[in-house]
Structures are given as structure tokens and as C-alpha cells.
Design a protein around this ligand. Structure first.
Ligand code: BJW
Ligand code: ZN
Length: 246
């Protein structure tokens, strides 16, 4: 059993090392060991909150105070936690493989905190707010209220700088990812349920072009793609082993 697993980890490390255009994608599961709740599953945020009440533009139009309350609560949790062994391992892997493009669906900023310089945060960042009047984007680590004025124009019309359901992703990030997907020969997918698009489609695309799909997750789940290597377990335990072999 252990020998089989070691062989799989070696295979994953070799596939990443030999790839010309590797891509890394993380989801909420990579921050779970830091104590940040994921979205789906038994302990997930959507167990107690309805996505459509909180993570859509309609929800924000209906009740901005409620949406800010939810984000302020999550900001408080994230501020009190720190990156874990998985975030540090990816930073190490990226140092060893400068050709690796790193993308996250997470908004917690932990990859940056762990020292990964070029992480593409495709769903935004919870510590930024965007002004609906002047369009300015501002770092706001503390709680934001509906009465908080925009530091640039003074209007109190700030929203979280986050991509909600039904909204487009930042164009520059999406273009960079799709450029990579056109040539990507190995993707490492860590801690995502693969239920939200377009991220869930990345591995589908790599697989379609006969690239390598490596997945790390505590449970297999129902994914829209097949993987070449599936490593069942915690990201914080498996990624450091891969990092060591690269
Ligand atoms: C561990 C672990 C450990 C735990 N180690 N693993 C195509 C088909 C169908 C629908 C669509 C489509 N294209 C677009 C859509 C609509 C929609 C969508 O995908 N809907 C689906 C629900 C079907 N997508 C959008 O609206 C996107 N916009 C878009 O595409 O614009 C164009 C367009 C618009 C409308 C129609 C068509 C096109 C935007 C999506 C924005 C998502 N935003 C959210 C919330 C906001 C951010 C925030 O507040 O934080 O982002 S949703 C939420 O899900 C969050 C996450 O980033 C995202 C993904 O979740 P993730 O990371 O996978 O977390 P979980 O909890 O689901 O999974 C955790 C995993 O970790 C599990 O598998 C565990 O097992 C594992 N795990 N511990 C390893 N220690
Ligand atoms: Zn403004």
C-alpha cells in the first residue's frame, strides 16, 4: 500500500517536473487545514448559508448589509489563521519550477502570504473592496460597512472585490489561463470539488488535449474530468512530499 502510494507521488512529481507548461489550481480544500471553512460538504459554508442569499449580485442589491456582515465574519476568521504546509509546499514547487502557472479559486490570500509571488486569484480577494461609483479597488483588511466611504471618491457604495455567481471573471486572468490551457501538458488540481465553472473545466480541457491530470483531495467526488493520478489525502501532507521530490 505504502509502496504504491510512494510510487504515485513520485509519478506526480515527475509529471510536473517534465511538463513544459504545467498549471496548478487550488480550491477551498487547500486552506481547510488552516481552519478556513470550505463551501460544500458536511462542514461547508453552504450548509448554513444559501449561496443565492449571499454570493450573487442580486443578493447584494437586495441586502448589502447582510452580505457585508457575512464577508466581515469570514474576514475575521481568515485574519486569525495562517497558511499551512500545503501553501508553503506550492511556493517551494513554484520556486523549483519557474514555468508553473499558479491559479487559485480562493479569496483568502494565503498563497501570497506563503510567499508565492505570482498567484492568479480568479475569484478575487476578500481583503479588497471595489467602489460601485468610481470603480476603484482598495485593500481593506478591516470590516467594511454599508456606510464605509470609498477612499477615492468618498461615496459609500463599496462591494467585496469578489466574483459572485453569474459574474464574469477578471478578463486579464481568464486570458492568461486560457492561453496556458491551449498548451498545458500537466495540471495539478488541489482541494476543489470541481463544481464551479469555469475552474471545473480546466482539467477537462487539459485532458482533452491529452495532458496529465493530477488531483489531490480528501475525497474523490464527482468530477467532470478523469485524472491520471489521484492522490487521496490531505493537501498539507501530500504536497510537501511532492515538493521534496521535485
Ligand atoms: C480537501 C481538504 C484537504 C477538503 N486537502 N482537499 C457551465 C456549466 C454550468 C454552470 C455554469 C457554467 N459556466 C458558468 C456557470 C455558472 C456558475 C457555475 O459554475 N455554477 C455551478 C454551481 C454549476 N459560474 C459562474 O457564475 C462564474 N461566472 C461565470 O462563469 O461567468 C460567465 C457566465 C455567467 C453566467 C452563466 C454562464 C457564464 C463565477 C463563479 C464564481 C464563484 N464564486 C464563489 C463564491 C464567491 C467567493 C467567496 O465568497 O469566497 O467562489 S462560489 C464558491 O465555490 C467560491 C469557490 O471559489 C468556488 C469553488 O469551490 P471549491 O474551492 O471547489 O470549494 P468546495 O467547498 O466546493 O470544495 C472543497 C474541496 O476540498 C472538496 O472537494 C473537499 O473534498 C476538499 N478538501 N479538505 C485536500 N485537507
Ligand atoms: Zn469610489
Amino acid at each position: 500500500m505504502q509502496a504504491e502510494r510512494t510510487a504515485l507521488i513520485q509519478k506526480a512529481a515527475a509529471a510536473l517536473k517534465n511538463a513544459r507548461y504545467p498549471l496548478f489550481l487550488s480550491g477551498a480544500g487547500i486552506s481547510a487545514e488552516s481552519g478556513i471553512p470550505t463551501f460544500r460538504g458536511e462542514e461547508g459554508l453552504w450548509k448554513n448559508f444559501r449561496a443565492e442569499d449571499l454570493a450573487t449580485p442580486e443578493a447584494f442589491r437586495r441586502d448589502p448589509a447582510l452580505v457585508w456582515e457575512w464577508y466581515n465574519w469570514r474576514k475575521g476568521i481568515i485574519r486569525s489563521k495562517e497558511p499551512n504546509a500545503a501553501h508553503h509546499a506550492i511556493r517551494l514547487i513554484a520556486e523549483k519550477l519557474p514555468q508553473l502557472m499558479c491559479v487559485t479559486q480562493n479569496v483568502d490570500g494565503f498563497h501570497t502570504l506563503a510567499g508565492l509571488p505570482d498567484i492568479l486569484e480568479m475569484h478575487g480577494n476578500i481583503f479588497r473592496a471595489r467602489c460601485l461609483v468610481c470603480g476603484g479597488v482598495h485593500e481593506m483588511r478591516d470590516a467594511v460597512e454599508v456606510t464605509t466611504p470609498c477612499p477615492a471618491c468618498g461615496e459609500a457604495r463599496l462591494r467585496p472585490d469578489i466574483v459572485w455567481f453569474g459574474e464574469s471573471l477578471p478578463k486579464n486572468i481568464l486570458h492568461a489561463i486560457y492561453d496556458r490551457l491551449r498548451v498545458c501538458d500537466a495540471i495539478l488540481v488541489v482541494g476543489t470539488s470541481g463544481s464551479v465553472y469555469p475552474a471545473a473545466g480546466f482539467a477537462v480541457e487539459v485532458r482533452r488535449r491529452e495532458g496529465y491530470v493530477i488531483e489531490i483531495n480528501v475525497e474523490e467526488g464527482h468530477k467532470p474530468y478523469a485524472h491520471d493520478i489521484y492522490l487521496r489525502g490531505k493537501a498539507g501532507e501530500i504536497l510537501p512530499q511532492i515538493a521534496e521530490l521535485i
